[in-house]
Design a protein around this ligand. Sequence first.
Ligand SMILES: [Zn+2]
Length: 548
Amino acid sequence: MLRIHGPLVRSVFLICELAHYFRFRDELTIHRRTPGHFGNVGPPFDHCHFQPQCISGHDRFAKARVLNSNEQHQFSLTVGDILQDQHARRLRHGLNDEHSRHHREARKMPAKKWLVERYVLNGNDALALHLNDPVHKQKWVTVRQNALNLMDIENRHETCYYRTPRVNTLDPILSYLRSHEPERIALIRQFVECESPSDDAAAVNRFGDLVATRLRGAATVRTIPGGRFGKHLLCEMRLPGRRTSDQILVLGHLDTVWPLGTLRSMPFRHSDGRLWGPGVFDMKAGIEFFLFATRALRELDLPVKSRVMLQLNSDEEVGSESSRALTEKNAAQSKAVLVLEPGTGLEGKLKTARKGVGDFQLIVRGTASHAGVDFESGASAVLELARQLARVSAFTDLKRGVTVNPGVISGGTRSNVVAAEARAEIDMRVVRLRDAAALERKFRALRPLDRRCSIELYGGLNRPPMERAAGTVRLFRLAQKLARELGVELQESLSGGGSDGNFTAALGVPTLDGLGAVGEGAHAANESIVVSRMADRAALIAKLLAAL
Ligand SMILES: [Zn+2]
């Protein structure tokens, strides 16, 4: 717990943190004499708006400096004598003065009383930090809560050291992965810069070859033809330890949604504590995480009991038509499936459930006629489609997680012609498999309202939902326990999007998804991953492989 020595007792600690505060593990140096605001702290500020102006009016504020420039810290701290010589009201909006008592005490209380033993602030503290991250906008986190994560604060003359041993800095896998960060970033860059859109088999194959090259010596790699798509990779990893007959399947995909040439407008870059570029988050970083996780296991000689198979599909982003059977075959022989898709949100939640995804094409055929001369003999397909879509949209049941979205419509030829044909593409999502069957029945029961029109329906459920099954929850609990050893509190989530994990979960094989990168912007221009979470995510994958 917190220990405070010497004149630091006069200071107030403002701890600003991101979602992963506990991963702050080395030391920060605080120069109390530095005027101005919090300078080059770096990473925390990409999500965190500390509002330095709220205190920069006071010229004795601290500047937090990261001691080890190789490290990405999740904390920034400031130490100052604000309670001694600045009234709380001067703090303006950056520090939230929730209780009126705070004002009075700030003025007359010796600062010492604010620093109750083992806590930074006492029970009446009302200081809060204004956090502004893209996921939870404007969240308030009390200083005291965060301060509980601080340990051993010592004052050495003008310099204070902060440490938090909650993170096991001795974890060999974590240190291995941290120490290889520059090399890891270089590899992710290489992956991102080898573009691989699903519909370009040659490009996907190029990327597959690159991954295979990087696996040389570490795995036996087989390629499986993907028909009109690129090749799929199936790799049996060489890992230390004696094998049982169990198998773990690790799933990922080689393809991205980005067309060739995207790099010109969206080049790979490393800035603001993130890596940016097409496909970096979904899911080239995830592949790299697995590669380095297994490399750590090999180099540290940590035994793995199960046979580990890595399967990388070439067509995931377009429905996995050519890889599905392979995925299901390998999953059926496995006791667990780990999916390298990105985590949810900037917390990197794992995915223990995913919605099932389907799509329908609804085609209406009517009778064309001249809208002026011969209106009555026409039967409008456009009108009929519009009426059908109104019906279809009523199938949505948000409470049950059932959604129906007519996303694309087309039809007709000219405004003065009664339309002979119209069509719609409709996306459907369900949380439960039985809802999918019910929904399909409803779609199939659609009949034309205008009897002169006819309806054709194509499609159906493409990916079954990944329901939150007991086996998956057990896997998640294990991951949660292992993550705690790394200083990370893992959460789970339900994703509206599908992945190849949907297929494996539907077979009843425990499937844990979202083990890849922490970041945001999948399929979007802000696609990026958080560099400071690269180590713990890859370490978690390694620990899972060793524990299963
Ligand atoms: Zn993906």
